[in-house]
Design a protein around this ligand. Structure first.
Ligand code: NAP
Ligand code: ZN
Length: 351
């Protein structure tokens, strides 16, 4: 075991602070990575604040990890010491069930191992995520980072990127599709960039008037303010990607779908949305869908797609010690558009 500096939550309502965790020595199938950057996902915040049920404290979150490979086991191919590598939301799965065989490890029928707060089948206890200086991960869950990509602004692709790329692909978005994106935060800004690169006409729905100009710069063709009710009447949409982290009325978005259109829920609020009205769904054969991150093969495909199209996240680089302020700002929808922790700050100061 290796003692590793980390930042942890110790309870739902106290600030995160320094902590030391044990990382296993790399086995034959393992890749050891020095973490350089870790993105800050709203799921980290839901988890540490126990909004999805209590995590095991101390909880070390973070699942948008990019770093330098420092060790590889005997069975590892594809990455070598010195390479840049990525780790997203999963670090293990059964590899034997139908979902794993289909490359959909996020739907592993025996339960995938999350990068944080999952029972750790290899070392016991729970898994610890990227708010730490290093990690050891099974080779099947390590992503290659194309050489042209900037490591800091690539980190958010490991969750926000794949979580939006996967449903856009699954629901068949292509040139000329009409795509709506609800909420301009970490996921929302990636959804705009990726849908735009796929050739879609993109409409952003936002509660924040101040984000309009940015949305156009990111690739939105249309921006609709939602505070006080939607007054615009945009052309019916094929797919609407809902990234909002709090409960809200979905009926307003169902009403904006074309015949056979789908509202895809990505946001995972701690409380239920208000009830859905059935008639507007029946009357145009509209669907409600939902999606969870994406499989490893598709995550690599997304990274390659982003490299090809010059897509990365718009980030605010912070030190590990600034995480509590970053969470406060995230709760106020004040993120442009993903915080990324420079893990050098944890190596240097530790607290
Ligand atoms: P984020 O950066 O905080 O962005 C969420 C955005 O939603 C905000 O910027 C804001 O956009 C909008 N919003 C927030 N509160 C709202 C409210 N009360 N009413 C209307 N709009 C509101 O969060 P994120 O990291 O993108 O994550 C978003 C959600 O997706 C979280 O619930 C997270 O847990 C979940 N998630 C799901 C998956 C998955 O696999 N399905 C993966 C990762 C994250 P505007 O200012 O533009 O209104
Ligand atoms: Zn995430």
């Amino acid at each position: 075991m290796n003692k590793t500096p980390a930042f942890a939550a110790f309870s739902p309502d106290t600030p995160l602070g320094p902590h030391t965790i044990d990382r296993r020595n790399p086995g034959p199938d393992d890749v050891q990575i020095d973490i350089l950057f870790c993105g800050v996902c709203h799921s980290d915040l839901h988890t540490v604040k126990a909004e999805w049920g209590g995590p095991t404290y101390p909880a070390v979150v973070g699942h948008e990890i990019v770093g330098r490979v420092t060790g590889v086991g005997a069975n590892v191919t594809g990455v070598k010491v010195g390479d840049m590598a990525g780790v997203g939301c999963m670090v293990d799965s059964c590899q034997a069930c139908a979902s794993c065989k289909d490359g959909l490890e996020q739907f592993c029928e025996n339960g995938f191992t999350g990068t944080y707060n999952s029972p750790d089948k290899k070392s016991g206890g729970v898994t610890y995520g990227g708010y730490s200086t290093s990690i050891v991960v099974d080779r099947r869950f390590v992503l290659r980072i194309p050489g042209s990509m900037d490591p800091a602004s690539t980190a958010p692709l490991l969750c926000a990127g794949i979580t939006t790329y996967s449903p856009l692909r699954h629901w068949g978005v292509k040139k000329g599709s009409r795509v709506g994106v609800v909420g301009l935060g970490g996921l929302g800004h990636m959804a705009i960039k990726i849908a735009h690169a796929m050739g879609a006409h993109v409409t952003l729905f936002t509660t924040s008037p101040g984000k309009e100009a940015d949305a156009h710069r990111l690739g939105a063709d249309e921006v609709i303010l939602t505070k006080g009710g939607i007054k615009a009447t945009p052309k019916p949409m094929d797919v609407i990607i809902d990234t909002v982290s709090a409960a809200h009325d979905l009926n307003v978005y169902i009403a904006l779908l074309a015949r056979d259109g789908t509202l895809v829920l990505l946001g995972a609020p701690p409380t239920p949305h208000p009830p859905l009205k059935v008639m507007p769904m029946i009357s145009r054969r509209r669907s409600l869908g939902a999606s969870l991150i994406g499989g490893i093969k598709e995550t690599q495909e997304m990274l390659d797609f982003c490299a090809e199209h010059g897509i990365a996240a718009d980030i605010e680089l912070i030190s590990m010690q600034e995480i509590n302020t970053a969470y406060e700002r995230m709760l106020k929808s004040d993120v442009k558009y993903r915080f990324v922790i420079d893990m050098q700050s944890l190596r240097e100061k530790g607290s």
